[in-house]
Write a protein that binds this ligand. Structure first.
Ligand SMILES: [Zn+2]
Length: 371
């Protein structure tokens, strides 16, 4: 397939270039002519971007990764239509057996991917080693203290865990972070009552990310900068951010982007099953969730994931937070990929995943192209 006439994001800048996709991969870029019989798409007046990489997502389109393999497969098929090239299905607080079952469902799709779907890069465990003081929409009765033994029980026979969110101030957390680092699992802090000092100490042990910065964690006070302050100040840390303008004010999106730059922020959806569907009643982790005006809340009013799509996060960062597109696009593509060591995603370059996104001059999503 030849995508011609567009303005492509290549090597960190926008440039007039045609893009050829062949055999499921980006084949070449530049001034290209169609080959005999080749399918062509006109991208005149459009931006052509790498497929998005979403490293924190619970559900989409009525599907939830806690319900098993079939739901993860459906997420894979639907997400690619929204421009997502790869994603990391994210578990919720649940019992140990239920968590392990969900991980095995995610692993099945890792091992045998959907032919025409967004690729599953592994699993992100968002529970159960969290603080009850910042529980968000997690289930309190399922939380436990960090423990290598509990991690081993939940992941027996599982080899797909790529990320773990935990509260680094809890007893046992540093030992678990070190073990996860040894195993190549990326550790992230959230649902946490940590001080900034706790977070820096966790980074010394191997923690490299803050999950949904500012949400479900200590606040940034000027004499006690908490989890978000440490995440913004510590150059070893990448911050995941929900850019829906519901979880965070546009000024806060801008502050984080100015602090961390293109390589320090990973835009995430943190979406639940209502993403891509109308307002109404849904579920997250077995709890009723009410979606109104795109905001997903438990009955008590606590935010319960989002209904955000990655292309909407990109548009919000550019048009509402006022951040330059050259800074924003990496935050949805190459930075999240690199933050978990995923090779072959997040760039328009030969050999990379053959999924590209088209957006118009107002940063509205036009469509995803793949082969
Ligand atoms: Zn989440």
């Amino acid at each position: 397939m030849l995508i011609h006439g567009g303005t492509a994001f290549i090597g960190g800048t926008f440039t007039r270039a045609d893009v050829r996709i062949s055999g499921g991969r980006i084949a070449e870029t530049g001034a290209l002519s169609p080959m005999p019989g080749e399918e062509t798409r006109d991208a005149s007046g459009l931006f052509v971007l790498p497929g998005f990489v979403d490293i924190h997502i619970h559900g989409f389109g009525g599907y939830d990764c806690m319900r098993g393999e079939d739901d993860v497969r459906a997420m894979s098929r639907e997400l690619i239509e929204t421009g997502v090239a790869a994603f990391v299905p994210t578990t919720m607080s649940a019992g140990e057996d239920e968590t392990r079952a969900a991980l095995l469902g995610i692993q099945a799709v890792c091992d045998r991917p959907e032919a025409c779907g967004a690729r599953v890069l592994g699993a992100h465990m968002e529970a159960p080693f969290l603080s009850p003081k910042h529980i968000g929409a997690q289930r309190g009765e399922c939380l436990q203290l960090p423990s290598v033994a509990a991690y081993m029980r939940m992941t027996a026979g599982v080899n797909c865990v790529r990320m773990m969110t935990l509260a680094p101030e809890l007893p046992g957390a540093l030992e678990l972070i070190k073990e996860l680092k040894r195993r190549g699992v990326v550790t992230c802090a959230a649902h946490s009552d940590a001080t900034a000092e706790d977070v820096h100490a966790a980074a010394d042990a191997g923690l490299t990310q803050i999950t949904h910065i500012f949400n479900a964690q200590t606040p940034l006070h000027h004499r006690a900068p908490g989890v978000p302050g440490a995440g913004l100040a510590d150059e070893r840390i990448t911050v995941q951010m929900i850019a829906d303008c519901i979880h965070l004010h546009p000024d806060v999106l801008r502050i984080a982007a100015l602090c961390k730059g293109a390589t320090g922020v990973a835009l995430i959806s943190d979406s639940m099953e209502a993403a891509g569907l109308p307002d109404g009643q849904y579920a997250l982790g077995g709890q009723a969730v009410f979606v109104s005006g795109g905001a997903a809340r438990l009955a008590g009013g606590v935010l319960a994931g989002s209904t955000l799509k990655m292309h909407e996060a990109v548009r919000n960062m550019i048009t509402r937070a006022g951040i330059a597109p050259e800074i924003v696009i990496p935050m949805a593509t190459s930075t999240p990929a690199r933050s978990i060591g995923a090779v072959g995603y997040g760039e328009i370059a030969p050999g990379y995943a053959g999924v590209v996104v088209m957006m118009d001059a107002g940063w509205n999503f036009v469509g995803a192209l793949r082969e």
